[in-house]
Write a protein that binds this ligand. Structure first.
Ligand code: CP3
Length: 341
């Protein structure tokens, strides 16, 4: 039994005393305690694949920031890796894939069988974390959305334009669908595994949704998000499609419980489209947390006012930036918990 189940109730649209709050990328470099652990390791991947350490860094923001949920420490890129595309995490640069997907033969080589077995370290991490959390707050599981994972598989790294990935959509739509379907199948198995291991709710990160347009997203994004939403019936689901304000109406048709909003999205427009049939999550600009406390308070109050009357989970509009002072993050979390805005 959970002592604090605000997040789950808010996700399902049940009564809550106050809106729950957590922060995307809450576990990570903003916390000195995280950096201390990271420094002792060979790299990011050692941390991700060591269940005891995963548990430790997952709990840090719960203990230090007092958030209403933990999110299992991992990365969206474990799925391409489990399908057969190894990645490296280059310090200060980000992910890099030595081999990328270019042809039908490359896609055929990707494995969907055995994905959950190869991600057994995530299962162990969740199991240990659930035991350690001891019901204090819910545990969020997660995966990347098929389109975002597809982008990394084609490009082999981050990109400003993701033009190689978009080129594939325009020049080889059938091949694109084949790859997206394979990623989706692996992702569904992976999320089911996380739920069996103890994840109380899951979030799908579509970080690169915003580089498409409504037409492309309707063809290559939404249908796969829908497949995932419909396959997850055991726990509530959150879909965060960053930058996809152009697909508001389409996102509203998904069988998910929560839609994440980035900071540039109009809260009023989204409210009008989803009505109160879904919970909205977000959406303070992470850069507000660089400002003085008085500004953080003012911006938080404005945001909360705009969400009034709507099922709401408080969060930032994207992940917290690593150079943010963790005390400002705690200040923001406390404002919400103390209804002080
Ligand atoms: O609290 C949490 O949310 C931590 C768990 C988490 C990480 N990555 C850890 C991480 C989550 C949910 C992610 C998701 C993720 N990973 C996304 C989607 C969310 C988003 O921000 O849009 C994406 C696009 C990735 C891919 C990725 N992983 C990139 C581009 C990078 C490099 C840039 C960066 O943030 O450093 C990573 C590395 C990464 N993933 C780090 C962490 C804590 C930093 C690695 C380190 O400790 O050196």
């Amino acid at each position: 039994m959970l002592q604090n189940n605000l997040l789950l109730r808010a996700a399902k649209g049940e009564h809550v005393e106050r809106a729950p709050v957590w922060v995307m990328r809450q576990a990570g470099r903003i916390l000195p305690e995280y950096r201390a652990i990271r420094e002792k390791l060979s790299g990011f991947k050692e941390l991700v694949t060591t269940p005891e350490l995963v548990c430790e860094v997952t709990l840090q923001p719960v203990d230090i920031l007092g958030v209403d949920a933990a999110i299992i420490f991992s990365d969206i890129l474990v799925i391409p890796e489990a399908m057969g595309l190894d990645y490296e995490m280059i310090e200060k640069k980000g992910p890099w894939f030595p081999k990328t997907i270019q042809t039908a033969a490359d896609i055929d080589l990707l494995q969907t069988d055995g994905v959950t077995e190869r991600l057994d370290y995530v299962k162990k991490g969740i199991t240990i974390t659930k035991a350690e959390l001891n019901g204090r707050v819910p545990l969020i599981g997660f995966a990347g959305a098929p389109w975002t994972i597809f982008s990394y598989m084609i490009e082999g790294s981050g990109s400003k334009t993701f033009s190689k990935a978009k080129k594939m959509l325009y020049t080889q739509p059938e091949l694109s669908h084949r790859l997206l379907s394979k990623i989706t199948a692996a992702t569904i198995q992976y999320l089911h595994m996380q739920i069996e291991a103890g994840a109380d709710i899951v979030q799908i990160f579509d970080s690169w949704a915003g580089i498409l347009d409504q037409d492309l997203y309707a063809q290559f994004g939404i249908p796969y998000l829908q497949r995932i939403s419909q396959a997850i019936k055991q726990v509530p689901t959150i879909v965060f499609a960053k930058g996809a304000y152009f697909s508001m109406e389409d996102l509203a048709t998904l069988d998910c419980d929560v839609l994440g909003l980035d900071w540039a999205t109009s809260i009023e427009d989204f409210k009008a489209v989803v009505k109160n049939d879904k919970t909205l999550q977000g959406n303070l600009d992470p850069c507000v947390l660089y400002a003085d406390e008085s500004v953080i308070k003012k911006k938080t109050a404005e945001m909360m006012k705009r969400f009034e009357g709507q099922r709401h989970i408080v969060n930032l509009g994207h992940g917290v930036y690593p150079d943010t002072d963790w005390r400002k993050v705690k200040y923001f979390v406390d404002l919400i918990k103390e209804n002080n805005f």
